[in-house]
Write a new protein. Structure first.
Length: 223
C-alpha cells in the first residue's frame, strides 16, 4: 500500500528549476528591472561635450587680416615656406638698414620703426592675441665676413630693432607695451639663410633683411 502522494508546487519541476509559471514571473521581473535602469540612465546628467576645435582657416584669416591692415605699402605678409604654423613679414634693407658693419640704425630705419611698430603691436595684441604663441624678430646678414662675426652682428641688429620698437610702442600705444614685450624675442641668423640669384651667387642686397615671424597656436594654423 502506497503512502499519500507528495504534493508538488506547480512553480517548480522535479529538478529544482522554475516551472512555466515561475519562469514567466522571473522574465517579467527582469524586464521591469531593465526598463527602470534604462529610464535612470536616460535621466542621469551626462558630461558636457568637449568644445569644438577652433576653425583653423578662420583663426589664420583673423590674424592675417589684422596684421595686413597695420602694414605699410611695400611689405607683405606670407606663410613661412618651412613651417605652416608661422606667418612672416620680410622687411628688406631699403626699409630697415644699419650702418655698415654695425648695429646702429640709420635715421630712415629709426623713423620706419617709429611708424610701423606701434601699429603692428596694436594689430597682434588686439583680437588675434589668443591665436598667437609668439613673435621672433630675426636678423640676417650677407655672406661677407666669418660666421661668428655675422652671427653676433645679426643678433645685435635684431635686438636693436626690438628695443627701438618697444620704445616707439611705449611712446605711442603704451597699452600694448607689456603684451608685445611678452610675445616678442630677438634672434640672429647671421649668414645661415643667404639668398642666391639664378646663377647661384649670393644676392647680398636681399640677404640683408629683418624678418618678423608670427608663430600661431596649433588651432590657428594656416592651411
Amino acid at each position: 500500500m502506497t503512502g499519500p502522494a507528495r504534493l508538488r508546487s506547480p512553480e517548480w519541476n522535479g529538478f529544482g528549476q522554475p516551472g512555466a509559471a515561475g519562469l514567466t514571473d522571473l522574465m517579467t521581473s527582469l524586464a521591469v528591472i531593465f526598463v527602470l535602469l534604462l529610464v535612470a540612465f536616460a535621466n542621469a546628467p551626462h558630461a558636457a561635450a568637449p568644445p569644438k576645435r577652433m576653425n583653423e582657416q578662420v583663426g589664420a584669416a583673423q590674424v592675417r587680416g589684422s596684421i595686413q591692415q597695420a602694414m605699410q605699402p611695400g611689405l607683405t605678409l606670407e606663410p613661412d615656406p618651412q613651417d605652416p604654423q608661422v606667418l612672416r613679414v620680410v622687411i628688406p634693407e631699403r626699409f630697415l638698414n644699419f650702418d655698415f658693419g654695425q648695429a646702429t640704425l640709420t635715421p630712415s630705419a629709426d623713423q620706419f620703426l617709429a611708424e610701423v611698430m606701434p601699429a603692428f603691436a596694436v594689430a597682434v595684441c588686439g583680437a588675434p592675441r589668443p591665436l598667437i604663441a609668439g613673435i621672433v624678430i630675426e636678423g640676417h646678414t650677407d655672406d661677407l665676413g666669418g660666421d661668428a662675426l655675422n652671427l653676433r652682428l645679426s643678433q645685435e641688429r635684431s635686438l636693436q630693432v626690438l628695443v627701438r620698437g618697444l620704445d616707439a610702442i611705449q611712446t605711442y600705444v603704451p597699452s600694448a607695451y607689456a603684451c608685445f614685450g611678452q610675445l616678442t624675442s630677438a634672434s640672429g641668423r647671421g649668414k645661415q639663410d643667404i639668398i642666391y640669384d639664378a646663377e647661384q651667387r649670393p644676392n647680398r642686397g636681399l640677404s640683408r633683411r629683418v624678418i618678423f615671424k608670427i608663430f600661431l597656436r596649433p588651432g590657428a594654423a594656416p592651411v
